[in-house]
Design a protein around this ligand. Structure first.
Ligand SMILES: *Cc1c(COP(=O)(O)O)cnc(C)c1O
Length: 242
């Protein structure tokens, strides 16, 4: 089966990347990014032993979370609109895409309403691309301290999306920068942050070499995604959701 073969190959490449830099492979989690894939695909991946899943839209994610085996862990990895914080807090175990203080404040309120604390990662716009969301590296520590003061939001680390490039060596300095930013945050907090979420299908090996603790992989695992996958579970136009 294609999915099983893809998984074996990704795991071997992750292990080889760990080997090159002397890391323990147990320190890197493989997140299956199931956006654009039907719930049957999630079940097939879960049957192969995958437990961590990522969705980039609240609407699409909540439908799949509800239809999937209960032992799976779901993270939101896409931009979150403030009017969807309630659902995001309810359906996801962690929100990786906190990209502003304002959003963090809304998550804090939504979490307070249901009496829980919400684990989050702060998304950093590491290359300063105008097309991407994320906190600017220059203001990260300052914003992080304000977000950390919110009672219901727990910061667990940083996340980034590198620019796409066929030459993955070009993204190495960006991943390295994110790791350094995590150190700066840890110093300011006086506490360690467990997670660095970086690396996707095209660049996960470099990310692992540079210290990723979560790699987020969609197409290399599931193959190409499309409207078909999302439409199959009756979710309307994915482009309009957030
Ligand atoms: C889609 C997506 C991924 C996975 O991308 P692939 O290139 O298919 O592996 C990872 N992270 C985020 C935030 C995404 O939206």
């Amino acid at each position: 089966m294609q999915l099983a073969d893809n998984l074996v190959s990704i795991q071997a490449r992750m292990a080889a990347a760990c080997g090159r830099v002397g890391r323990d492979p147990a320190g890197v989690q493989l997140m299956a990014v199931s956006k654009g894939q039907p719930p049957a695909m999630v079940r097939a991946a879960a049957d192969l032993g995958l437990t961590l899943f990522g969705e980039n839209k609240v609407q699409e994610g909540k439908a799949k979370v509800s239809m999937s085996p209960g032992r799976l862990h779901w993270h939101l990895i896409g931009h979150l609109q403030t009017n969807k914080c309630r659902d995001a807090v309810h359906f996801f175990e962690l929100i990786q895409s906190v990209d502003s203080l304002h959003l963090a404040e809304e998550i804090d309120k939504a979490a307070a309403r249901v009496g829980k604390r919400m684990p989050v990662l702060l998304e950093v716009n590491i290359a300063g691309e105008s097309s991407k969301f994320g906190l600017r590296p220059e203001v990260l520590v300052e914003e992080m301290l304000k977000i950390n003061a919110l009672k219901r939001v727990e910061i667990h680390g940083l996340m980034t999306l590198a620019p796409w490039t066929p030459d993955t060596e070009k993204v190495r300095p960006l991943f390295r920068r994110l790791r350094e930013l995590k150190l700066a945050c840890e110093e300011a907090l006086g506490a360690t942050l467990p997670h660095l979420s970086m690396g996707m299908s095209g660049d996960f090996e470099v990310a692992v070499e540079e210290g990723a603790t979560i790699v987020r992989i969609g197409t290399a695992l599931f193959g190409p995604r499309g409207r078909a996958g999302a439409a199959g579970v009756g979710m309307g136009d994915p482009a309009k959701e957030g």
